[in-house]
Design a protein around this ligand. Structure first.
Ligand code: MTE
Length: 302
C-alpha cells in the first residue's frame, strides 16, 4: 500500500472555501491529493474530474428521504435532527460490543481528508472533499470476530424529528450492508465532515458511511448501529424494489438500471448545458477495488 496522506483536523482546517480550494490546487500540484496517495494515481484521479463541488452544491442537493423526497427538502428540514448526544451501537460478532459515544469514537479515530467522486444511482454525480476515518479502524477497535462476513448499518429512527419516517416511502429505519472485505477496504470511510467543517445534518450528521465505488444509496447517513454478522444484511432500496437495486450496487457503466442508462452521468454544478461525462467502472476506483469481485458475474450481482 502506497504512503497515505494523513490529516488530523485542527482549527486551521476550518477555512474559507476559496482559501481551501486554493490550498487544494497547490497540493494537487505537489502530487499531494489524498486519493492519489492512497493507492497509486490513476490517470484520471488527479485530473480535473476531481475538482470538488462547491459547499453550496454538496449541501443543498441531497437525498435523505427521512426529511422529504425532494432534492432541496433535506437542506430545508434536516435542522430538526438532534445530533448531540449521539451514540453508535456496535454489536453482533465483535469482541467489545457496546454503545459508543460519538465523542469517544472521535477521540480514538484519525480524521483525514478524502476527495472522492460520488455517483448516485440516479445518474448524477459530485466530487466531495470528505473528512472522516476509515471504517476498518472503528471495526478493529470493536474487534471483529472470526466468522463475521458482513456489516449491517442502521440510520436513526426518530419520526418526531425525521418526519419522512411517518410515511411508508421505505421500510424505516433506513438500513444498509457491506461484505466484510468491502467494509475493511481502506477507501471505505465514516465521514464526519466536509470541507473541514462538521458534516451538515442534510449530509448525514454526525457520521455517515461513504463507499466511493458504489452507488450513493449505499452510503447510509446518520448511523446509530453497526452490526457484524454472518448473513447478508437487508438493504432498504433492495427491499423496496429488488429488481432495480441490488446488494452490491457497484458503479458500473455497462449494467444499466432497468429504467435508465448508467453509461453517463451529470455532474452537479455544471449548469444547464454542461455535457454529461462518462461513468467510470467502479466510479474510477477500479484499480483499488476490482480484485474484491474477481470471478463474480457483475450483471448477476448488481
Ligand atoms: N441515508 C439515509 N438514511 N436516508 C436516505 O434517504 N439516501 C442515499 C444515501 N444515504 C439516503 C441515505 C442516497 S440515494 C444518496 S444518493 C446519498 O445518501 C446522498 O448523499 P448526499 O445527500 O450527501 O449527496
Amino acid at each position: 500500500m502506497a504512503h497515505r496522506w494523513k490529516n488530523t483536523l485542527t482549527d486551521r482546517d476550518v477555512t474559507e472555501e476559496s482559501v481551501y480550494l486554493n490550498r487544494r490546487q497547490i497540493m494537487a500540484g505537489l502530487g499531494g491529493l489524498g486519493l492519489a496517495g492512497i493507492a497509486g494515481t490513476t490517470a484520471r484521479a488527479a485530473s480535473e474530474d476531481l475538482e470538488p463541488n462547491s459547499w453550496e452544491d454538496i449541501t443543498s442537493y441531497n437525498n435523505f428521504y427521512e426529511f422529504g423526497t425532494g432534492k432541496d427538502d433535506p437542506a430545508r428540514n434536516a435542522h430538526a435532527l438532534t445530533t448531540s448526544p449521539w451514540t453508535v451501537k456496535i454489536d453482533g460478532m465483535v469482541d467489545k460490543p457496546g454503545d459508543y459515544a460519538f465523542e469517544d469514537i472521535m477521540k480514538a479515530m484519525t480524521v483525514e481528508e478524502r476527495i472522492y467522486r460520488f455517483r448516485c444511482v440516479e445518474a448524477w454525480s459530485m466530487v466531495v472533499p470528505w473528512n472522516g476515518f476509515e471504517l476498518a479502524d472503528l471495526l478493529n477497535m470493536a474487534g471483529v470476530q472470526s466468522g463475521a462476513k458482513y456489516v449491517a448499518f442502521e440510520t436513526l429512527y426518530r419520526p418526531e424529528e425525521m418526519f419522512g419516517q411517518k410515511y411508508p416511502v421505505l421500510d424505516w429505519p433506513y438500513v444498509e450492508g457491506l461484505r466484510l472485505d468491502e467494509a475493511m477496504h481502506p477507501l471505505t470511510i465514516m465521514a464526519t465532515g466536509i470541507y473541514g467543517r462538521e458534516i451538515p445534518n442534510q449530509n448525514g450528521a454526525p457520521l455517515r458511511l461513504v463507499v466511493p465505488w458504489k452507488y450513493g444509496f449505499k452510503s447510509i447517513k446518520s448511523v446509530v448501529r453497526i452490526s457484524l454478522t454472518d448473513k447478508e444484511p437487508p438493504v432498504s432500496w433492495n427491499v423496496a424494489i429488488p429488481r432495480e437495486y441490488g446488494f452490491y450496487s457497484n458503479v458500473n457503466p455497462t449494467v444499466d438500471h432497468p429504467r435508465w442508462s448508467q453509461a453517463t452521468e451529470r455532474k452537479i454544478g455544471g449548469g444547464l448545458f454542461a455535457r454529461r461525462q462518462p461513468t467510470l467502472m467502479f466510479n474510477g476506483y477500479e484499480q483499488e477495488v476490482a480484485s474484491l469481485y474477481d470471478g463474480m458475474d457483475l450483471k448477476k450481482f448488481f
